[in-house]
Ligand binder design. Structure first.
Ligand SMILES: Cc1cc2nc3c(=O)[nH]c(=O)nc-3n(C[C@H](O)[C@H](O)[C@H](O)COP(=O)(O)OP(=O)(O)OC[C@H]3O[C@@H](n4cnc5c(N)ncnc54)[C@H](O)[C@@H]3O)c2cc1C
Length: 457
């Protein structure tokens, strides 16, 4: 069907189409006309040429974990890079070359063998490419920056079929865009990431009763307000996962989880870790020295395959009493034990004055929130309304827009257009017009290429 194509081509008439099409989020029902699982960059160029020739909407798929299913288009051709899984590590230069089809669970263990790591996802099946071409907020983020901050270069096949190596010196505009707004511009086949020495972390979770959540959350915010960048933590309101040692009366009931991650020099004696442990009366405290890769897979079970999901997210200027009250009340109304409110602190390297210039527009934010709704059958209308309402109760703290990596189903244009600042969107629009003038690749909803770019005014 595509002359010279070495990988696998699948249409809806082929056996195995459903398997090939399948995404993590079952709520996404999009059905592409052709799935092109590419063996290399030449296959990618051939697939792009085929889409152009036949006028097919063109998308790119890596780990398939985008909540909104942006890797597929109805009736389109999907360039599937899942088989591009090469890894090479140059420990002396602290650089890894990562094939765009890798997932974090395939990368972290290889880097760890070299005593190295980079900012990756907190669930191991998430794709390296989609994660890093968007925000890329991980446990090492406060210490070492977002994934895009650590993207040193990439290989990308653009709409004209050209294979380009981009970096600070080569195609700097394209390189800039890939560091946080890299979808819809081409097919990235390889990412070159900066690595850091891996320090054995202190990690674990503090579990608190929901009745104490308000006070504990507030004290945790205060206790970490001036914490060094090696300390990271999050607040998760969700149903208690099946952790041994939890009292029977909270099993499966909403609780507050405080996952903690520290790579500080004082290990378990880190004063900020100790301060978090001293708050309230935790039902359980699992904090201990941990293998990094074990921690990186520790929440995989909370995001199983084969279920339906939606998410709403927002960058927040801070947390306050009304926000905490709202989240605590809302989690009691969640219909699924896998639904959650999540608050992740920023700061550290993410908001440092010398942070690199990338499309990420919310370095001034103090927190990112995700309201994740889960359901297993039905249309999910009630669950989606729940996450919308969940977000509405936090919007008084909005720093300006949502996280591009956590845009959900059917988000409004008003929301998608605030995923980046207006100046960033203008620059992205110009880059889209330059490198994909005919919109060969499906245009992300935050870009408006028909708008006159600043350079044309
Ligand atoms: C369980 C779970 C946990 C998550 N945890 C985090 C987290 O800790 N931090 C965080 O920042 N995000 C997180 N995310 C969000 C996740 O990073 C984004 O949804 C991301 O888009 C997923 O990337 P992917 O490669 O798996 O998905 P895909 O759906 O395959 O791709 C996502 C987007 O990237 C584009 N894309 C993929 N590959 C390429 C490529 N090679 N070239 C060009 N464009 C490409 C796709 O077209 C699509 O628009 C999580 C998501 C889930 C479901």
């Amino acid at each position: 069907m595509i002359k010279g194509f070495k990988g696998r081509l699948t249409t809806p008439d082929d056996t195995g189409y459903e398997d090939q099409r399948h995404l993590w989020n079952e709520a996404v029902r999009t059905r592409p006309a052709l799935i092109a699982r590419c063996a290399d960059a030449d296959d990618v160029a051939l697939a792009i040429g085929h889409a152009v020739h036949h006028g097919l909407p063109l998308t790119v798929r890596a780990g398939g974990h985008n909540f909104a299913g942006r890797s597929l288009a109805d009736g389109g051709l999907v360039v599937d890079v899942r088989d591009l899984t090469s890894i090479s590590v140059a420990p002396e230069n602290r650089v890894a070359r990562l094939g765009a089809g890798l997932r974090w669970g395939q990368v972290d263990p290889v880097l760890q063998k070299h005593g190295l790591a980079t900012t990756g996802g907190s669930v191991s099946k998430v794709g390296v490419a989609g994660f890093s071409l968007g925000t890329g907020l991980g446990w090492l983020g406060r210490g070492h920056g977002l994934a895009g901050d650590n993207l040193l270069g990439a290989t990308i096949v653009t709409a004209d079929g050209a294979v380009r190596d981009v970096g600070p010196e080569a195609e700097p505009d394209l390189y800039w865009a890939l560091r946080g707004a890299g979808t819809g511009l081409g097919v990235v086949t390889e990412l070159r990431m900066r690595l850091f020495p891996l320090v054995r972390p202190i990690t674990g979770t503090l579990v608190h009763r929901l009745t104490d959540a308000d006070a504990v959350l507030w004290q945790a915010v205060e206790a970490t307000a001036s914490a060094p960048s090696h300390l990271n933590w999050a607040a998760v309101l969700t149903s208690a996962p099946p952790i041994p040692g939890l009292p029977d009366d909270v099993q499966g009931r909403p609780v507050l989880l405080l996952p903690v991650f520290s790579t500080g020099p004082d290990g378990e004696d880190d004063p900020h870790v100790r301060a978090l442990r001293r708050i309230g009366r935790p039902l359980l405290d699992t904090i201990a020295p941990t293998d990094f890769c074990t921690f990186q897979t520790s929440t995989d079970e909370a995001a199983p395959d084969g279920m339906c999901w939606d998410v709403r997210s927002e960058w927040l200027t801070g947390l306050d009493g009304p926000a905490a009250d709202h989240a605590v009340a809302a989690i009691e109304d969640a219909s699924s034990p896998l639904s959650e409110f999540l608050f992740r602190p920023l700061g550290g390297a993410i908001s440092a004055p010398d942070a690199p210039d990338t499309p990420f527009s919310y370095r001034h934010a103090a927190f990112m929130t995700e309201i994740i709704a889960n359901w297993s059958s039905g249309d999910g209308a009630a669950e989606r309304t729940w996450s919308e309402k969940g977000l509405a109760g936090l919007m008084h703290l909005s720093a300006g827009g949502p996280d591009v990596n956590h845009l959900g189903l059917n988000e409004s244009a008003t929301r998608t257009s605030t995923a980046y600042s207006p100046a960033t969107l203008d620059r992205l629009t110009t880059i889209k017009q330059t490198h994909d003038p005919h919109e060969t690749f499906q245009t992300p909803p935050w870009i408006n290429p028909s708008k006159t770019s600043p350079t044309e005014q």
